[in-house]
Structures are given as structure tokens and as C-alpha cells.
Design a protein around this ligand. Structure first.
Ligand code: HAM
Length: 420
């Protein structure tokens, strides 16, 4: 009886060795760029108490209402695999009093997130985010900086073709009145809207602006716009964010429907999209969340940040060659050549070279084929003749040239050749 072959869970992807070079490059770009702006890395657990996400992201959002991986552990606690990074980071900032020693903590994080969405190109159930957050700064300059750092990161990774979309969703002063205005307008259209929008009209009218149902679009486009209902403080804050973006030469498109899929936002919200991604066109998204730290039991500390989908970024980058796998391939052709090859291999690896050895006892031709397949730059060969002369033949695979090198010199010779 043949056993069923187990496969990766739907929506969870393997990142294979040939692809991992692109991931190393975007991770290295994050570690290089963010510290220049004062952001330091933070690592929080992949699971948290379920209540953390319900209270921060909002129970009416798609994420919390239907996409979370929630389970009871043996002790009966309700835990959830993090669907995003911000909530856990805010919890950590509060729990460790990070704002006590540094009134304006700036952090970044990278890692896997989990949402039970319908998988499709660019949308997975386990995906990875690069996340950047700045606390304790309410002036518009940090909004402009967060947007600037997000674009600088895309550029550092090699992504040029993208669009920045911008909005302000107001704050606790002006949004409640706007939400009521919106609800009243929606009630008038109730019969013509999709069932989800009819429900959201009562539970969370802002979510209607996120609706993608084609028939609803003309109705939604005609609804009252948040931009016309901002209080003076929010209006001025947003005007200054835009002035500073102009100053920095950053172009954007305003979209009054950009309310984002999480409830914690106040004032500035933004997304960066790329036409090349298709339906799932958002590469990154973020915004301000000034009330969240306090709502979760912390000090009255403002916050702003963004998260980028690493799978989507990798998809957009030009396919770069894989990382070099093999500097030197060692081919001992006779059993007596094995021990010196093992010692040479150890010494070269200690010196920092990438070394592979064929110990499967095949002939020169098949070993050269294997070296070629592995992308080896040099091959060191030792057969009967070389043993007798206490030497190695070193072949340069690119130049197709070769020379004989004394055994005592071969390690230094190869090091010199590889390092150029
Ligand atoms: P978000 O818009 O839910 O925001 O996600 C940010 C990015 O994560 C998206 O633009 C997308 O690139 C990627 N992403 C989301 N879901 C998936 C998925 N199922 N598969 C692949 N990629 C996905 C947040 O998560 C907020 N925490 C951002 C933030 C940080 N706001 C303030 N600080």
C-alpha cells in the first residue's frame, strides 16, 4: 500500500536554495538602511494572546473576523499566530517600558505572518513582512520620514516602478462625526449595496470604502469624503506632511478611500503599489496609530509605521543570479588522494572559501561535469601523476586554463586566485 505523500500546507511556500539569494539581499538592505534613520531591530514572538489582535486590529476587520490562526493551548489560553507585526511590537514597547529610556523608540522587524486568506499569486497564508515603527513623535516630519524610508528601502532593493498613494483618516476628534455622516449616507443607499456593505454600514462604515464589489463602486465614489470632514488639527497636520513630501521630491496620488484594512489608524495612511503585481498590487502599507499604545494599556505615546510584503517585493525584483555556491571543487581521482584533499578542504574553508569535494570515486570527466554544474570557479585535481609529483593541477573554469601547483603552495595559490 503506498503512503499518501505529505505536501506543504495550502498557502504556505517553501523558499528554495535557488531563491534564497534574493531574500538575503532584501534582508541585508533592511539591516543596512534602517539603522541610518535610527531604527533598531526588535524580534517579538510569532504567537500572542488572541485578545491583543482583537483589541488592536479590530473585531470587524477581515483579519480578525475570519483570517486568524487561533487555537487553544493545553492550558486553555486562546493564542493566535500573528497576522501582522505592529500589535506585538506595541505590546513589547509597553511591556518593557521602552519609552522610558528613549522617549521616541524606533524599531524594525522581519519575519513570518499568518492570515488564512484565499491563496493566489502574491497572497499566502504564511508570508513575511519587513516592518518599521516609530513611537512618541507626533510632528508631521516623522510621517514624511516613514514614507521616505519605505521608498528608500524599495530603491535600495532595486524597485523603481511603483506608486505612492496617500490619505488622512482623521482622528478621535473628527472621525466619529464623519463616520456618522457616512453611515447616514450609506443608509440611504442600503438597498443597492452588497450584503457585506449593508452589514458594515451598521458595524463599521469606514470598511465600506474598502469594498471591491464592482456594482458598489459608483455608489461608494459618491459618498462623503473624509478629506472634507477633517478637524483643523488633522487638516494642518496632513497639509504639512504633504509639504514635506514635496520638499523631499516625493510624488504621490491622493485617494480618499485609502482607509486600510486595520482599525487602529489615525491621520496619515499610505500604500505603495505596483501595477506588475496584478490583483494583489500593494507592496507595502502603513500609517499613524496615535491611540493604540494607550488603548493597549500603555502610556499616551503616538505611533506610525509601515509593513512590506517580502514575497511581493521578491516577485518584483529582476531575477538576479543565485549566490556563488562553490569557489573551489576538489577532485581526488585515486583513493590515496583523498586524505590530502580532506585536509586541503578543511584549510580552504577555514580561510573563508566555499569548497566542495567529490568523494564518490568517479572519473575525471564526471567530476568536471559536476564541478561545472555547481558553478565552481576553480577545480583542483589530484590523480596518480600529481601524487607522484606531490602536486595538484588547478584548473580555471572560466579561462579553461590549468597549471600544476606544488602541494605545499596549493592552499595559498587557490586563496589568491579566488580573491583575485
Ligand atoms: P497590511 O496592509 O495588512 O498592513 O500588510 C502590509 C503588507 O503585507 C501588504 O502591503 C502586503 O505586501 C503584505 N501582505 C499582507 N497580507 C499578505 C498575504 N496574505 N500574502 C502576502 N503578502 C501579504 C499591516 O500589516 C500593518 N501592520 C502595517 C503597519 C505597520 N501599519 C503601521 N505599522
Amino acid at each position: 500500500m503506498s503512503e499518501r505523500r505529505i505536501q506543504a500546507v495550502k498557502g504556505a511556500r517553501d523558499i528554495l536554495p535557488d531563491e534564497v539569494g534574493a531574500w538575503h539581499r532584501i534582508e541585508a538592505a533592511a539591516r543596512d538602511l534602517f539603522p541610518r534613520y535610527g531604527y533598531r531591530e526588535i524580534r517579538t514572538p510569532v504567537f500572542e494572546e488572541t485578545e491583543l489582535f482583537a483589541r488592536s486590529i479590530g473585531t470587524e476587520t477581515d483579519i480578525v473576523s475570519k483570517e486568524m490562526y487561533t487555537f487553544l493551548d493545553q492550558g486553555g489560553a486562546s493564542l493566535t499566530l500573528r497576522p501582522e507585526a505592529t500589535a506585538g511590537i506595541v505590546r513589547a514597547v509597553i511591556e518593557h517600558n521602552l519609552a522610558e529610556s528613549d522617549p521616541a523608540p524606533k524599531v524594525y522587524a522581519m519575519g513570518p505572518m499568518f492570515r488564512r486568506e484565499r491563496p493566489q499569486k502574491g497572497r499566502y497564508r504564511q508570508f513575511h513582512q519587513v516592518d518599521v515603527e516609530a513611537f512618541g513623535m507626533s510632528r508631521p516630519s516623522i510621517d514624511a520620514e516613514i514614507i521616505e524610508v519605505s521608498l528608500a528601502y524599495l530603491e535600495a532593493c532595486g524597485l523603481a516602478d511603483r506608486e505612492l498613494v496617500l490619505n488622512s483618516v482623521g482622528d478621535g476628534n473628527c472621525r466619529p462625526a464623519y463616520v456618522e455622516t457616512l453611515r447616514a449616507a450609506l443608509r440611504k443607499e442600503a438597498g443597492r449595496l452588497c450584503a457585506d456593505c449593508q452589514r458594515r454600514t451598521e458595524t463599521n462604515p469606514l470598511r465600506v470604502l474598502d469594498c471591491k464589489v464592482p456594482e458598489d463602486q459608483p455608489i461608494i465614489d459618491a459618498l462623503p469624503k473624509i478629506g472634507d470632514h477633517l478637524c483643523a488639527e488633522c487638516h494642518d497636520h496632513f497639509a504639512e506632511v504633504r509639504r514635506e513630501l514635496d520638499l523631499l521630491g516625493i510624488r504621490y496620488r491622493l485617494d480618499h478611500r485609502l482607509v486600510r484594512g486595520l482599525d487602529y489608524y489615525t491621520r496619515t495612511t499610505f500604500e505603495v503599489t505596483s501595477g506588475e503585481l496584478g490583483a494583489q498590487n500593494s507592496v507595502l502599507g502603513g500609517g499613524r496609530y496615535d491611540g493604540l499604545v494607550k488603548d493597549l494599556g500603555g502610556p499616551d505615546l503616538t505611533g506610525i509605521g509601515f509593513a512590506l510584503g517580502m514575497e511581493r517585493l521578491v516577485m518584483l525584483l529582476p531575477a538576479a543570479g543565485g549566490e556563488p555556491r562553490c569557489d573551489v571543487f576538489l577532485a581526488p581521482l585515486v583513493p590515496a588522494a583523498l586524505d590530502p584533499a580532506l585536509l586541503l578542504q578543511r584549510d580552504l574553508r577555514r580561510a573563508g572559501l566555499r569548497v566542495l569535494l567529490d568523494n564518490e570515486g568517479r572519473g575525471l570527466k564526471s567530476q568536471m561535469k559536476k564541478a561545472d554544474k555547481l558553478g565552481a570557479r576553480f577545480v583542483a585535481i589530484r590523480g596518480e601523476d600529481e601524487l607522484a609529483r606531490d602536486a595538484w593541477v588547478v584548473r580555471d573554469m572560466a579561462g579553461s586554463s590549468q597549471e600544476e601547483v606544488k602541494a605545499g603552495d596549493v592552499a595559498r595559490h587557490l586563496e589568491r586566485m579566488v580573491r583575485g
